[in-house]
Design a protein around this ligand. Structure first.
Ligand code: AMP
Ligand code: ZN
Length: 448
């Protein structure tokens, strides 16, 4: 069966075939490293990790190159480093290490390459020089600008009317721009901020614009055209539109990437996440309360192109589902998704359908395939057990008191006084202590 993916550029779901049959190449825009990543940032990381796993399964792990960049040149980075009184390198190192810890806990494989913008300045300058030489960019007041009217097809990816694009890009109508839509490829640095020798005979040192970073890093690691380019839906315009403009004009190619994939946005309890609303949630804090696998399953419960409403309820449902999968799955299996799960994923990564299919495998026949499917997704029963062992909630009663009540309940049951035994059980449940009866006796656990 074929893999079908939705392409933002052509606005349809098409059969995926890599440009080189034995070399699948995917680029996803990564984090700007100035602070802890939030739970919205976790969405593209998890979604494209599932696609990466699927591509590795279909084409072989050695035949897939996944590049996710690190944006370590940015005004927010400069401002934060100054605010904290630390060097930019220390800030970006610390933030990147935190990000790596977070996404590892979320069960994501490391990409093949994680290029840093600051290590690709030469490639950016080479691209800029090419664009000036081809008449697609020009130098003005120490800046290099991309000339939007020089590209006939500009705007195809986002497909918006010009006035909307101008409004959306919050365009700064600087006097040196020939056209208000023109965007920065290179600009002077503020005093004290990182700077590099400029291209195009500009004497003042400067720094690259954001969009050129991704054109340069994808070129270096994947070539002039590649298979899949991904990121959140907010990046379609202007970031990805401008990447297409830069790369296609510099290389005289028709396409930068054959498939453009974008994840929908995440909202928290039905509201846009923002610091001012006080619902801004970083991955680190979510991981203090929930295991990474639960967070991952909750994230995959919505289709990646739909918006996702991030709720406590969703996490609770995911935790129950995951525990039921681990209970039902056999201990050993090969890394192999069940055919019905694979079918769902081949249809534009339909993870909600895949999860429904997994529930159908919780029986004697499905045990082994379920275990293989869990491994395929990167879920690990030992991780959940270890997490639960570390996060046992404190009971609201002393343990001896609970044992005394269990003994009283057992005595009531022995005397066939079930009204009394039920009363004791219900009272404990109200206090958050759940009893579990088995043939070996009664155990208790604290409800979460
Ligand atoms: P940033 O560090 O803001 O450039 O974002 C890194 C990645 O996270 C990009 O692919 C964004 O599109 C994505 N992203 C940011 N906020 C959200 C959100 N609330 N929901 C889903 N994706 C997001
Ligand atoms: Zn990018």
């Amino acid at each position: 069966m074929d893999l079908k993916l939705y392409d933002t550029l052509t606005r349809d779901k098409r059969v995926f075939a890599p440009i080189h049959p034995a070399r699948v190449r995917m680029y996803v825009c990564g984090p700007t490293v100035y602070d802890f990543a939030h739970i919205g940032n976790a969405r593209p990381v998890i979604v494209f990790d599932v696609l990466y796993r699927l591509l590795r399964y279909l084409y072989g792990a050695d035949h897939v190159t996944y590049v996710r960049n690190i944006t370590d040149v940015d005004d927010k980075i400069n401002a934060r480093a100054a605010e904290r009184g630390i060097s930019i390198r220390d800030l970006t190192e610390e933030t990147y290490n935190n990000f790596k810890e977070d996404v590892t806990a979320l069960g994501c494989l490391p990409p093949t390459v994680e290029p840093r913008a600051t290590e690709h300045i030469e490639e950016m300058k080479a691209l800029i020089e090419r664009l000036v030489a081809s008449g697609n960019a020009y130098v003005a007041e120490e800046h290099v600008l991309f000339s939007v009217p020089s590209m006939k097809d500009y705007g195809k990816l986002s497909n918006r009317p010009l006035d909307e694009m101008i409004a959306g890009a919050r365009i700064d109508v600087a006097s040196y721009k020939r056209d208000p839509m023109d965007f920065v490829l290179w600009k002077p640095s503020n005093r004290g901020d990182p700077s590099w020798a400029s291209p195009c005979h500009i004497r003042m040192p400067g720094r690259p614009g954001w969009h050129i970073e991704c054109s340069a890093m994808s070129w270096k690691h994947l070539g002039e055209s590649f298979d899949i380019h991904g990121g959140g839906i907010d990046l379609v315009f202007p970031h990805h539109e401008n990447e297409v403009a830069q790369s296609c004009c510099a290389f005289h190619t028709k396409v930068m990437a054959n498939f453009w994939m974008h994840n929908g946005f995440l909202q928290v309890e039905g509201e846009k996440m923002s610091k001012s609303l006080g619902n801004f949630t970083i991955i680190r804090d979510v991981l203090a309360d929930w295991s990474g696998d639960v967070v991952r399953l909750a994230m995959l419960s919505s289709h990646y192109r739909q918006p996702i409403n991030w709720t406590l309820k969703g996490l609770e449902v995911a935790e129950k589902a995951l525990a039921s999968f681990f209970d039902a799955a056999s201990a050993e299996a090969d890394l192999r998704p069940a055919p019905t799960v694979l079918e769902a994923l081949l249809d534009d990564i339909n993870t909600p359908k895949a999860i429904t299919e997994m529930h159908g495998l919780k029986n004697a026949v499905g045990r082994r395939t379920l275990a293989g499917t869990l491994r395929f997704f990167g879920f690990c029963p030992d991780d959940l057990k270890a997490w639960q062992a570390k996060h046992v909630p404190e009971p609201s009663l002393p343990a001896e008191e609970i044992e005394t009540r269990i003994a009283a309940r057992n005595a009531a049951r022995a005397a066939r006084n079930f009204a009394e035994s039920d009363r004791i059980r219900d009272e404990l449940a109200k206090l958050g202590v759940l009893l579990k009866d088995s043939k070996d006796g009664t155990t208790w656990e604290v409800a979460r």
